[in-house]
Design a protein around this ligand. Sequence first.
Ligand code: PYC
Length: 322
Amino acid sequence: HAAPARMTDTAPFRRIQVIDSHTGGEPTRVVVGGGPDLGLGPLAERRERFQQQCDVFRSLVVNEPRGSETLVGALLCAPSDPTCAAGVLFFNNIGPIGMCGHGAIGLTITLAHLGRIEPGRFRLETPVGVVTVDYLGDQRATIENVASYRCRAAVPVEVPGRGPITGDIAWGGNWFFLCADHGQALEAENVAELTAFCWQVRHALMAAGITGHGGQPIDHIELFGPPRDPANQSRNFVLCPGGAYDRSPCGTGTSAKLACLHASGQWQPGAIWRQESILGSVFEAAFRLDGPALIPRITGSAYITAESVLLLDPRDPFQAGF
Ligand code: PYC
């Protein structure tokens, strides 16, 4: 007797294997099979190729109907740097991003879940530099991020309908505008208003021609306020480039924060900064100095939420996501 027909017998599905996790509430989807081959060469070049040639792949992995605007994708690649164990390209609902702290922690816990790593250290190549990862066991990892720095301090910007605010511009693997005089309540119940406010700030920066180094767009807006838990130093709200807010304290944003604190003489090497997210999840952060370079270390926990196979049905009008 012939085996009963299954759905997979009736359509040539393409299959993409993924593992999902969350780091402090912020999800990461690691592509472990079925992803595009971007060839070899520096990760920054492969990121360009990914942007030019794989946008449909990016969208179908992270966007609806398989994902959501808050999901960050991670494509594992062969490293070009022989000192690295792996390379990774991070991407979100609108395009690739340089580095992702919560994503690197999620990737580490995913590799441990797969049995590919044991507690210890490895180096991870990203398009913006090499990150050193310590897998600590027990769902925890520390990321030693790329060198981070403050580019400009106390930059004024007029936000239409809101008034003037000031903020620092800093690099932490992505570009951030970090603002404390926003007048907003950093409460989870207020995320719709916080999102609208940060979106306006971002557009005000663009309209005023305020950028990071080399004219790079400032695509992350980070608001600070007092922590809810007195064990922490600060609470934040971070708006990501595609309009979703970071549920975690944002690893690259916390790196940018450390750079600003150090530049203004407010935080010293080795001292622990506990950054609380809008959900109350916490990253423990510190930095060391390597000559003039400030190297942040971010520690957090991630948990596996799914092992899945994404199916692409050529008959599906929304197979590329939306
Ligand atoms: O943790 O660095 C981070 C991050 C960037 C965007 C979302 N999370």
